[in-house]
Design a protein around this ligand. Structure first.
Ligand SMILES: [Cu+2]
Length: 156
């Protein structure tokens, strides 16, 4: 009986400890967002996610105070049209990296509360299944500095 009361808090402390160590296992590099045009209500953020741990992880959500919501998106080819679709999560394999880039995976900012102006930075919170939350300051770049995006349509 006495053993049990000692073990429980120790196990709990170990679990909390493991979580905070894992948060350092995800590195976000080269984040950027595309400057929004006029009164556009959506924007997109891109970056490279690197998993330096020996355990697979997944990006499972995102949010930003400058948007009503944020979704994880990918592009799929539907005949001649490239469409965006939301995906529930993005795999970040152990020891690997995944690039979120124009024309591919991205974080979609929906219901922008302010325009994305070139030269500004917007906060973005990324939530990982194992590593927990990572907050990134995302610089806004002009659309001209980026490769063109294919024609896109949002499913409605
Ligand atoms: Cu999108």
């Amino acid at each position: 009986m006495k053993l049990k009361t000692i073990l429980f808090p120790a196990a709990l402390a170990a679990a909390l400890c493991a979580r905070s160590v894992l948060a350092a296992d995800i590195t976000v590099t080269d984040p950027f967002a595309r400057a929004s045009a006029g009164a556009a209500s959506t924007g997109a953020a891109f970056m490279t996610l690197k998993n330096t741990s020996a355990t697979d992880d997944r990006l499972v959500g995102a949010s930003s105070p400058i948007a009503a919501s944020a979704e994880l998106h990918d592009h799929i080819k539907d005949g001649d049209i490239v469409r965006m679709r939301s995906v529930p999560e993005i795999d970040v394999p152990a020891g690997g990296a995944v690039a979120l880039k124009p024309g591919g995976l991205h974080v979609m900012l929906i219901g922008l509360k302010q325009p994305l102006r070139e030269g500004e930075e917007v906060p973005l919170t990324l939530t990982f299944a194992r590593a927990g939350t990572v907050i990134v300051e995302v610089p806004v770049k002009s659309a001209g500095e980026m490769p063109p995006m294919p024609e896109m349509q949002h499913p409605r």
